[in-house]
Design a protein around this ligand. Structure first.
Ligand SMILES: *Cc1c(COP(=O)(O)O)cnc(C)c1O
Length: 439
């Protein structure tokens, strides 16, 4: 007999990314602490994927909780047009100080999809405004829009709203909407073999392309696919030669995931716009940031009201969310957090190494073991490359039976732990996963 929580869930709730027939099984979680999640029966699970890549310092962190409590008593929300507040200003100042590039302005929204949506709109309107500024014509009926095309990688994921979907890979996630998505030039992620061709495509369309949106070094939802920094840098260089606005979607890679604060730190060519969310608040609250350089911003600073960026959300720069982000940054900048991140990087590299040397598993049962920073991933060989097959569900179930929560993307298994994970916990994740793989 399911608990009351589960019965009511089944009566009232529609869960994300979840087929509804047969009615999906869910587990009631009543508490989170550190790396652990506790269900209604008191069984505990190590959250080895940081609750969809958001949790940095662990669940129920007392420092973040205390800051949130104080802020909730002080100012929980206020309209952000015409008003401002310290959490938003302090966070913007602090982010500008650490972001990889010459950023000058922070635009707030409330999740990763809106962060990329804002970035795309900013880039498109930048070219329209600039075209009008340069031609001296500025009437609304004027059709001056020199660059409208967008460049993106195949296999990418930038979110689920329409703009974000449009620049994402055309796959099963977006299938119902394909003929409604705007046109995008998709290129392959660079390899030593194709880099020349990819550069040629960029050059050929260079003057029509408004922006290039990319997940630096790791394509997350696309299956933790990793790109060589040198080759990605070459493509960014080609984009910049064509004056294409470079948008780094660091919604997943930001805040230490790749072993550096931002993945763009591995790249010499820096973005003009950067998108953040997920780990931004340590995984506590929903918040999105789209930061841009002064060059982008300046195209919106004119006497023409039509050059305004007409975009905003009710909860833009929510003071609680900004407070959580400031608290998370406090924790991230602490010595022991940076040491933990380095330690996780070493453990993950060691685990991937051990997989490569595991003759029972590799290359027969698993392939393509890889790692960057705190992220380790590999593919299971026995399934087709399909999100819809059930390998993922089987692995999740078997690992959960042994107290570890993993949620493979199709046949791609990955581990992305919160930074507070202990040695015992991480070793348990490896041991349980290995036992499940051996079958
Ligand atoms: C998760 C993700 C998004 C979307 O963020 P949401 O907060 O889920 O809307 C966008 N880009 C990347 C790279 C992501 O990993």
């Amino acid at each position: 007999m399911p608990s009351e929580l589960i019965q009511k869930d089944q009566q009232y709730i529609w869960h994300p990314f979840t087929p509804q027939k047969p009615q999906p099984e869910v587990i009631g979680i009543v508490k989170g602490q550190g790396s652990l999640l506790f269900d209604e029966e008191g069984k505990q699970y190590i959250d080895a994927i940081s609750s969809w890549w958001v949790t940095l310092h662990g669940h129920g962190h007392p420092y973040i909780a205390e800051k949130l409590f104080q802020q909730a008593l002080t100012l929980e929300q206020v309209i952000f047009a015409g008003f401002t507040h310290a959490p938003a200003v302090n966070l913007a100042e602090r982010l500008i100080g650490i972001l990889p590039g010459n950023f000058s302005k922070v635009f707030y929204s409330d999740n990763g999809s809106t962060a990329t949506e804002v970035a795309i709109k900013m880039a498109i309107q930048y070219w329209k405004n600039r075209g009008e500024i340069e031609s001296g014509k500025s009437k609304i009926e004027n059709e001056i829009h020199p660059r409208k095309k967008i460049l993106a990688f195949k296999n990418s994921y930038h979110g689920d709203t329409f703009g974000a979907m449009s620049v994402s890979d055309r796959g099963v996630f977006t299938l119902a909407f394909h003929d409604m998505l705007f046109e995008v030039i998709f290129i392959d992620t660079p390899t030593t073999e194709n880099i020349g061709d990819m550069k040629a495509i960029i050059h050929a369309h260079g003057q029509e392309i408004a922006c290039f949106i990319y997940e630096p070094l790791v394509q997350g939802a696309g299956g933790m696919k990793m790109t060589d920094p040198y080759l990605l840098n070459e493509l960014l260089n080609t984009a910049k030669l064509n004056e294409i606005i470079c948008i780094a979607d660091e919604v997943m890679t930001g805040f230490g995931r790749t072993g550096r604060f931002f993945a763009s730190e591995y790249l010499q060519k820096k973005p003009d716009i950067i998108c953040l969310s997920k780990g931004l608040t340590g995984g506590t609250m929903a918040l999105g940031v789209t930061a841009c350089t002064d060059k982008i911003y300046s195209a919106f600073v004119t006497d023409n009201k039509l050059h305004t960026f007409f975009h905003g959300h009710s909860f833009t720069a929510n003071p609680l969310a900004c407070t959580a982000a400031l608290a998370s940054l406090d924790l991230l900048e602490k010595e022991n957090c940076l040491e933990n991140i380095q330690w996780i990087c070493e453990q993950q590299a060691g685990f991937i190494d051990s997989l490569r040397n595991n003759e029972e598993l590799y290359p027969k049962k698993i392939h393509n073991p890889r790692q960057i920073g705190t992220i380790a991933a590999f593919e299971i060989s026995s399934g087709e490359d399909e999100y819809l097959n059930n390998i993922s569900g089987t692995i999740t179930r078997k690992c959960m039976d042994q107290g570890v929560y993993l949620r493979p993307l199709g046949n791609t298994v990955y581990i992305m732990p919160p930074y507070c994970i202990t040695q015992n916990e991480l070793e348990k994740v490896y041991t349980v996963l290995l036992s499940v793989l051996r079958g």
